[in-house]
Design a protein around this ligand. Structure first.
Ligand SMILES: Cc1cc2nc3c(=O)[nH]c(=O)nc-3n(C[C@H](O)[C@H](O)[C@H](O)COP(=O)(O)O)c2cc1C
Length: 386
């Protein structure tokens, strides 16, 4: 008999399995988006709507999915996006994903809001780790994190720019989400209905934002935790200083406007992530698919362009590249895998994306990922581009 995970045909199937295994308040923490969640849905739909035109009678018996980022060659053109507090979704999720990324040779981006320390994640990702920084309003907190990231051996840092104000996530408000969890009668009832999650969580201990453990000893509410991660006063001047401070590769994550992308390039950043935080920040914002071509055109050749928000299918990686991205990040896609079945579920999510990617390249008639380009967009074909 097929194991349940083998029956998951796509990432969305893993999401459904995760929803069954995880109490609602913890599932919603990852599955939810800002306000009406229109932006979150738009992300996925916008990728689905991008049409690529297959070419046939091309030898696709050998498919090469590799992609290069900052001189390092990875087995697939995507990495794991930084996700804070993921151990609340499934205990041990951070380390499961960092190890998976190492094994599969794809990048793992450790969130500064992770529930595992950046040092432990650097060790688990073993050379495939990159660090994501939330700039704090307190310079000494920011400096502390940067020094620790350097000491842990990270050579690539993402600065997240798209949280000048906290995203309003209606599901979390309805669930009265608090970090550490508050064991209200409703939370206890939800845990009782998901005993496996509850017992594993008990064994692993209450998750928290591990990198800020000292700072947050007295903080009990999610709002207080969030406050240290949100910097309304973060400006281009601060970015300039951080560019001078960080000697490794520096990327800005959360860019949605071509002029902002150009400014990052002018300041000497090595790349950007075209991202809307997976639709968790602004419900009124554009999908990344809508803005990616304009941004890529503005900075192409000057810096690396990565895209995220809405990647659910292997074919989305082709679409991302056709629209001008050099590389992609997947957030919920791999997270849902962990939620569906721990380490085995994460591996299943990875397999699904890889198999879909190989199949899509074969069907497009392009044996190597590196050869996908704007000429494959149906819009280019209808304009008769070669
Ligand atoms: C639960 C959750 C937590 C996140 N935490 C962070 C974070 O700590 N830092 C960050 O830069 N982005 C964070 N993100 C955004 C992701 O890095 C990424 O941009 C997003 O998940 C991509 O969209 P996708 O989930 O549709 O793939 C988070 C996303 C989710 C779903």
């Amino acid at each position: 008999m097929a194991r349940p995970l083998d029956r998951a045909a796509c990432i969305d199937d893993l999401r459904v399995m995760a929803r069954q295994r995880i109490p609602r308040f913890a599932f919603d923490l990852v599955d939810g988006g800002a306000e009406s969640e229109r932006n979150m849905r738009r992300n996925v739909e916008a990728f689905e709507d991008i049409e690529l035109t297959p070419r046939y009678m091309v030898d696709v018996s050998q498919i090469d999915t590799r992609a290069t980022l900052f001189g390092q060659t990875y087995n697939a053109p995507f990495g794991m996006a930084p996700i804070g507090m993921l151990n609340a979704f499934w205990p041990g999720a951070d380390l499961i994903l960092a190890r998976l990324c190492k094994r599969e040779n794809i990048p793992y981006v450790a969130s500064s809001a992770a529930s595992t320390t950046l040092e432990a994640l650097a060790e688990a990702a073993d050379g495939n780790g990159m660090f994501q920084l939330y700039v704090s309003g307190d310079d000494s907190v920011t400096e502390g994190l940067i020094s620790r990231a350097e000491a842990a051996g990270y050579t690539t840092m993402f600065i997240t720019a798209d949280v000048p104000a906290a995203g309003k996530r209606d599901r979390d408000i309805r669930n009265q989400l608090a970090v550490p969890f508050r064991f209200t009668p409703e939370v206890i009832a939800q845990c009782a209905m998901h005993p496996r999650w509850a017992l594993t969580s008990l064994r692993c201990g209450t998750p928290n934002v591990a990198n800020y453990a000292d700072l947050l000893q007295s903080a009990t509410s999610y709002a207080k935790v969030q406050k240290t991660l949100i910097t309304p006063g973060f400006t281009w001047d601060d970015l300039r200083k951080l560019r001078n401070r960080w000697k490794g590769k520096l990327l800005v994550k959360g860019i949605l406007h071509p002029e902002d992308a150009k400014r990052c390039a002018e300041l000497g950043c090595d790349g950007i992530v075209v991202s809307n935080h997976g639709g968790r920040q602004v419900a009124f914002g554009p999908s990344t698919v809508a803005v990616l071509p304009g941004i890529a055109e503005a900075v192409s050749g000057k810096m690396t362009v990565i895209v995220d928000s809405g990647i659910r299918r292997g074919a989305d990686l082709l679409r991302a590249r056709a629209l001008g991205a050099d590389f992609a990040l997947a957030g919920r896609a791999l997270a849902f895998g962990v939620g569906a079945g721990g380490a085995a579920g994460a591996a299943r999510a990875m397999d699904i994306l890889k198999l879909e990617l190989v199949r899509a390249l074969g069907q497009l008639g392009v044996p190597a990922m590196a050869d996908v380009g704007p000429e494959h967009l149906v819009t280019a074909v209808s304009r008769n581009r070669p």
